[in-house]
Design a protein around this ligand. Structure first.
Ligand code: K7E
Ligand code: CUA
Ligand code: CA
Length: 648
């Protein structure tokens, strides 16, 4: 039996996909000493990582069509890291094709991978005293990646949970969540942004902190006191350590915060604000004509904490400094300052040249351009009026929400009410605002479908913004896809921004509800395709160590998966036992993942090559249970099973 030859197998782009799968199947069969008459061809070992290949977008930059439909077997040139909104997950896309490659369960429960079911994932999500999950819901809005030297380094990605106020970290080498931190004293954790350089030690030119905005103000402590006293409600800006994921500090502010931006020099972080009125009733929250963009002087905040000028709230041990207006009257010592921007602004985005933060107006049809050197001048005491930090405030259209950049001096802002993206030139906007009425700052407009929220361009908020294409997260798809009942997908649109005019390229239906996303050049991401068995302290490294051990009514079942079988053909426990089943996948071949499901015990999870996972359950139902492999692993996948006897 000969292996079919596929011409594309010879191209650099294709990692011999067909060979690769045959290798996996054969490895399994050989391991079990079985021969079932499959191809006996000797195959080369599978490659361990995606090969470097000419990027389609690089070719496209020379002109012509952007290849949004790569040929079969061709790889995308960018990763899209997408939030999943109230699905609680994060999604990894290939761009510009828009193909969904992976879903990363984070705050949700995922029965494919066993996230929220295995002991290891439960420990990351957090459990109550009885071992059950503390939260089963989450709402991811904003995904951002770690930086080195002003651009993505592919090490970490962070995402917020707005519902319960948690920050999750996803490792860039495995695209799996490894830590979740619950932020104390807040509700409605909204914007996030990593710092891009250390604010204290300028020699550290990579991300060390993650800043977290806080949208819903609450009484502090929020334990039933002061519920009717709006003056006791506050929001806290939170700093989390990028490595330990511990909360470093919090800063109390006036007003509610949404999005967060950080400066390339590491010195400043900011958040757009509404309800600077401090109202706790809906109508009171929109009365003021101007709200603010609040700036944080990170180095001063950390110095104040070192100097013991912090307090704590309730049971929390996190140091809290006072960044309210009344506590910071002198610019030269102020921890914060509030740049006035029109009523209820929404996004704040850092331009890739490092000079500006741009607030989108939302209820005002404008974008406000704030020059960071002027904000620093205010903090130094050399700028008398913060209004002078505003170098442009120009009309863009109705409902501006978020802005992305092409690295060529242009901003792209979503207009929610107009259902448009507007391309505008920042320098021209500054000239226009300074009085040059001939300055034409609006370059182009394009209709999108419909009501866009976030927008992002390839490598947008990095020094390597490359102006290839835009993703636009449209909140309503209405008539763009086949009807599937009352719930519509959202519509992620792709726009070519290489030329002067924008060009709408594609619609993609997405399951609700992604908000934000980043588009990362694929050479920034270095994945590991197979785990190291030593990374798991509970691994069973030798199949001979499989078996059942008992300590009273606590039973440990050690099991190994090696295609095409589990190491135990059967195992016995007793009714009433608390069983911990530890499964190590000793297969070393890339993409040889196994599953493990126990009928009636509500257990299902996967183990990737060289990975170990465990589950704990009460054996409360006597009988025979065929535990089987749920993940298609090789030719004898459907036979892969073991019997659990629960004795009376
Ligand atoms: Cu505009 Cu949560 Cu980023 Cu949504 S927020 S759109
Ligand atoms: Cu092992 Cu399917
Ligand atoms: Ca919708």
């Amino acid at each position: 039996m000969s292996t079919e030859h596929h011409p594309q197998d010879d191209q650099d782009l294709v990692p011999g996909r067909r060979k690769f799968l045959n290798t996996a199947a054969l490895a399994g069969l050989a391991g079990a000493g079985l021969s079932v008459g499959l191809s006996a061809c000797k195959q080369e070992a599978a490659p361990t990582a995606a090969p470097a290949a000419p990027a389609p977008a690089a070719k496209a930059a020379e002109g012509g069509e952007l290849p949004i439909h790569p040929a079969p077997g061709q790889l995308d040139s960018y990763y899209g890291v997408w939030s999943g909104g109230h699905s609680g997950e994060v999604r990894i896309l290939g761009l510009p094709s828009g193909r969904e490659i992976k879903r990363v369960p984070v705050f949700n429960i995922d029965c494919m991978s066993g996230w929220g079911i295995t002991n290891e994932s439960k420990a990351v999500i957090g459990t109550k005293a009885d071992g059950s999950l503390k939260y089963k819901t989450g709402d991811t809005h904003h995904v951002h990646g770690s930086y080195t030297d002003g651009t993505y380094d592919g090490k970490y990605f962070w995402v917020n949970d707005k519902i319960h106020g948690r920050l999750a970290r996803i490792k860039g080498d495995t695209f799996e969540c490894d830590k979740i931190t619950e932020i104390p004293n807040i509700q409605g954790f909204h914007g996030i942004f990593p710092d891009k350089r250390d604010p204290v030690d300028q020699a550290i030119n990579h991300t060390t902190r993650v800043f977290c905005g806080n949208e819903f103000h609450v009484p502090q402590p929020n334990d039933g006191r002061d519920e009717d006293d709006a003056t006791k409600y506050h929001c806290l800006f939170t700093c989390i350590d990028a490595e330990t994921m511990e909360v470093r500090w919090q800063c109390r502010v006036d007003g509610n915060m949404d999005l967060v931006a950080s400066s390339f020099d590491g010195k400043l972080a900011a958040s757009n604000q509404y309800n600077t009125e401090g109202g706790a009733h809906y109508e009171d929250m929109m009365s003021a004509e101007r709200d603010a963009c609040v700036f944080f002087h990170i180095e001063r905040i950390e110095a104040a904490i070192k100097a013991g000028k912090a307090s704590t709230i309730g049971d929390s041990k996190v140091p809290v400094v006072d960044g309210t207006r009344t506590a910071n009257p002198d610019p030269k010592t102020a921890l914060t300052c509030y740049v006035p921007v029109p009523k209820n602004p929404h996004g704040v985005n850092a331009s890739p040249d490092g000079k500006y933060f741009i607030c989108s107006g939302k209820l005002s049809p404008t974008a406000t351009v704030i020059e960071l050197s002027q904000v620093l001048a205010y903090f130094d005491g050399t700028l008398d009026d913060l209004k002078k930090a505003i170098v442009a405030e120009v009309e863009l259209g109705l409902g501006p929400l978020h802005t992305a950049f092409d690295g060529r001096g242009n901003g792209f802002t979503t207009l929610f009410l107009d259902s448009q993206v507007v391309k505008w030139n920042i320098d021209q906007a500054i000239k226009f605002y300074a009085g040059d009425k001939n300055a034409k700052y609006v370059v182009d407009r394009v209709d999108v479908h419909y009501q866009p929220g976030h927008i992002n361009a390839s490598m947008s908020e990095t020094k390597e913004a490359d102006g290839q294409f835009l993703g636009v997260g449209c909140k309503f798809s209405k008539d763009r896809f086949l009807p599937v009942g009352p719930l519509h997908p959202e519509n992620e649109q792709l726009i070519d921004i290489r030329g002067e005019k924008m060009k709408l390229l594609a619609d993609h239906p997405v399951y609700p509800e992604p908000h934000d996303f980043i588009i990362v050049k694929r050479d920034k991401i270095k994945t590991r395709q197979v785990y190291n068995v030593d990374d798991f302290p509970n691994a069973t490294k030798d199949p001979k160590d499989s078996g059942v051990t008992r300590n009273g009514n606590k039973v440990t079942v050690r099991l190994v998966s090696q295609a095409p079988a589990y190491s135990l053909r059967e195992f016995k426990v007793k009714k009433g036992d608390e069983v911990t089943l530890i499964l190590t996948n000793l297969d070393k071949v890339e993409d040889l993942t196994h599953g493990f499901a126990i009928p009636k015990y509500d257990i299902n999870f996967i183990v990737n090559p060289q990975e170990t996972k465990s589950v704990t359950f009460k054996a409360d139902k006597p009988g025979v249970y065929w535990c089987y492999c749920t993940h298609f692993c090789h030719a004898l996948h459907l036979e892969m099973r073991t019997r659990m006897f629960v004795e009376k």
